[in-house]
Design a protein around this ligand. Structure first.
Ligand SMILES: CC(C)(COP(=O)(O)OP(=O)(O)OC[C@H]1O[C@@H](n2cnc3c(N)ncnc32)[C@H](O)[C@@H]1OP(=O)(O)O)[C@@H](O)C(=O)NCCC(=O)NCCS
Length: 416
């Protein structure tokens, strides 16, 4: 029997040194982009570059990196975005382009980046964080909570799609932007979740969207009636499906000419499946339900994190005042919310809402971060949480009036 000579195992990769998280600097940006490119199989480097640089609020210091033994092995970008919340606006950190070098996975590097990101967002006054992911497990243990949205499932109809003439569908031109922005604002006015999009952000969106999946084609169409832009839509066509990324359509009949154009385009590529994420109460969904047999199924790939209870409440005071005016004009009982260890007092004197520090022996409503986010963002889980608690009835009624159920909405066009 031959016996193998004993040799010490040869180390082919250097021992992990001391992974450190730091802020990315311009001189190492190329390295960070190369890393993102290595980490994601199907997304081109060019997309990461444009997605970040084209964003009007971008700064290289928004990226955090893990360095080990002199090399960058992990990256995360905190996009600085603002969410519409009816009349109010809430700043949030959009967690994007999270990637760890394939050779260094499973060693807690993503976790390190996320911990550092939470600290950074709290220091920077971003009371919420938002992301979209296929691997919620990575974020769930660090306080991110799935927020339900609605995914459209439909098929383009056969036969004639009847519609009144007088409308023309044509590609978007720069001069259309003010009209498009006006339509977007009208639709988002009462909703919770859509981004606050500046003119520069719109331009950035058009720059990076076509680069996400180069095999797909992104179309930005406007619907024109007597030289006036009356609707718009951003769609993405692949070999499998057409996805509505954003639909600025306020009346059902305006969707019909667009549906015709989409169908013809999809047919040329042999596609009949129609999808996207839509608000259940949108006119566009109403039309697709009738004309394209469309249904909505729940999806949970958006995740939200509460970074600061106080910040989240203070940001939305203008909208809370508006809701009071509509639904609860008389002064309500003061009470405190206690959410994952952070407390805030809500006082509702005449025509106002005041957020402050808890005092004395007023009622305290205890919620987990996820339960509060459901309530705050209008998801059904919020009322389910209240149902299970023993809250003084007058406080319970007031809480429900301040935070009505109103489906959270987010356009795929803003994804990161
Ligand atoms: C996802 C990714 C960033 C994870 O990086 P990582 O350094 O291996 O992750 P960590 O070791 O820090 O693990 C963090 C947590 O996520 C979990 N996790 C990591 N990868 C996971 C996976 N693919 N599926 C499920 N859970 C996973 C870990 O178990 C750990 O959970 P815990 O904190 O509850 O213990 C990395 O696999 C990657 O770069 N993937 C390709 C790009 C990508 O998909 N990015 C995410 C886009 S949203």
């Amino acid at each position: 029997m031959r016996r193998a000579a004993f040799t010490y195992p040869q180390r082919t990769t250097p021992l992990p040194m001391n992974p450190t998280v730091s802020t990315l600097t311009l001189d190492r940006r190329d390295e960070a982009l190369d890393l993102a490119d290595r980490a994601f199989d199907n997304t081109p480097r060019d997309y990461f570059e444009r997605h970040q640089s084209a964003d009007p609020a971008w700064d290289v210091s928004q990226s955090l990196v893990v360095e080990d033994g002199g090399a960058l092995i992990g990256h995360l970008w905190i996009a600085d975005r603002t969410m519409r919340y009816g009349e109010a606006r809430v700043r949030f950190g959009g967690i994007a382009d999270v990637g760890v070098d394939p050779a260094h996975r499973g060693q807690g590097h993503a976790g390190r980046l996320l911990d550092a990101a939470v600290e950074r967002m709290q220091a920077d006054g971003q009371p919420l964080s938002l992301l979209s992911t296929g691997t919620p497990e990575v974020y769930a243990g660090r306080g991110w909570h799935a927020m339900p949205t609605a995914q459209l499932e439909g098929e383009f109809p056969g036969g004639d799609i009847e519609w009144a003439g007088g409308y023309v569908v044509r590609p978007f031109e720069t001069a259309d932007l003010p009209a498009v922005m006006g339509i977007y604002s009208d639709i988002a006015a009462d909703r919770v979740g859509p981004l606050d999009r500046s003119e520069a952000y719109w331009q950035a969106l058009m720059d990076w969207l076509p680069r996400v999946t180069p095999e797909s084609t992104v179309y930005f169409d406007v619907l024109v009636q007597v030289r006036t832009v009356v609707a718009y839509a951003i769609t993405e066509l692949s070999d499998d499906q057409m996805t509505i990324l954003d639909g600025g359509i306020q009346y059902e009949n305006l969707a019909i000419p667009l549906l015709n154009v989409w169908r013809a385009r999809a047919a040329e590529r042999g596609v009949s499946r129609l999808t996207g994420e839509l608000h259940p109460a949108s006119e566009l969904f109403d039309l697709l339900r009738k004309r394209a047999d469309a249904t909505l199924k729940p999806t949970r790939h958006y995740m939200v994190r509460l970074n600061s209870l106080r910040g989240a409440l203070e940001s939305v005071v203008p909208e809370l005042i508006r809701r009071r005016r509509r639904m609860a004009p008389l002064p309500g009982p003061p009470f405190a919310l206690n959410v994952a260890g952070e407390a805030a007092r809500i006082e509702t004197p005449m025509a106002n809402v005041v957020i402050g520090d808890p005092v004395g022996n007023e009622p305290v409503v205890e919620l987990t971060g996820g339960q509060f986010l459901d309530l705050y963002l209008g998801a059904p889980g919020g009322y389910e949480a209240l149902d299970a608690l023993d809250i003084p009835p007058h406080v319970d009624v007031y809480l429900r009036r301040l935070f009505p159920n109103s489906p959270f909405m987010y356009w795929n066009a803003d994804r990161f």
